[in-house]
Design a binder for this molecule. Sequence first.
Ligand code: ZN
Ligand code: ZN
Length: 373
Amino acid sequence: MHSRKKPMSDRFVSRREKLLRVIKQAGVNALLVSGETNVSWLTGFSGDSTWLLLGPKVCVLVSDGRYETQISEECPGLDVVIRKPETKLHEAIAKVVQSAGIGCLGFESHLLTWAMAGDLQSVLPNVEFKPVAGKVEELRAVKDAEEIAKIRTAVDIAIRGFQVIRAMLTSEMTEVSVAHELEQTMRRFGAAGTSFETIVAANDRAALAHYRPGREPIGDCSMLLIDWGANLTGNYKSDLTRVLLFGKVTQKLAKVYQTVLEAQQRAIRSIRPGIKCEEVDKVAREYIRQQGYGRRFGHGLGHGIGLDIHEMPRLAPNSQTVLQPGMVVTVEPGIYLPRWGGVRIEDDILVTRDGAEVLSQSLPKDMESMLVD
Ligand code: ZN
Ligand code: ZN
């Protein structure tokens, strides 16, 4: 029989096979996967409150009645235990662990709450618990062709949304209305929503890292920072930042802008398989420091994107992860001057076999292109 396209379920089977190798290396009989996104990546299930127990001899989802139908549709062929309303989650899990004869159970120690760990240990007194942290996240960092295609779509929708919003900007618009229009436009182009709460920040507000858009008219601002992304059905995401410039650009603003842009381009050029994340970060950080703004770049250079908006790998000082083909990261240096403003430029980059591809290449970022009259 010839199959032209891998059936969807195969993808999840091969992901679980990869994780099984990790589980064996970790020396546990099974791993209790509690992270919502991790469960989703391993099974295709898109709901919550559902855990996966995976080992060489066991693969079962533990869920509740709300999700019975959804699981049968999204994860055909997968074993499921639906707990009764009166059975607590840890009790249902204990039953499954016991009937699978597991003596040593790995758990996601970076995600499991202290309370849940205590509950599980109390009902499984004879089971040895072993922390296994971040393993599914490590696997998720390398995207397959289908995931890359989805991220590409999420990037394209974000770009088209930005272009529309840019064309309709007026001085009467507020940061909030720009954010709403952008979100609506992306939805019209097929997004399920935004990757995160859109940041639209004028002038000095652009220096605030977690700024929420306000209701003052943009008026005669000189810079407008927009950090936005599209989230697709199925949850693959994009994450971009541009700074629009209004009126006559001061020397100071031009210097800051060009410094950030040059730092970003240098960092992007350094991306290739085999390079450590901290080295990529250093390329941008060093350049910004040389230009005299070292203290004004106070965050990591970038992060992986995928099902989550922030995932592995992290491009940051001390990040030892080595880049591999299939990883998708943002590169987003910034310079922020309190009470003045800030510039950040962010693109989404795919690590390829021999270098890197800027997925958001078609969205200009040179200073001329950012000028709005
Ligand atoms: Zn961003
Ligand atoms: Zn980002």
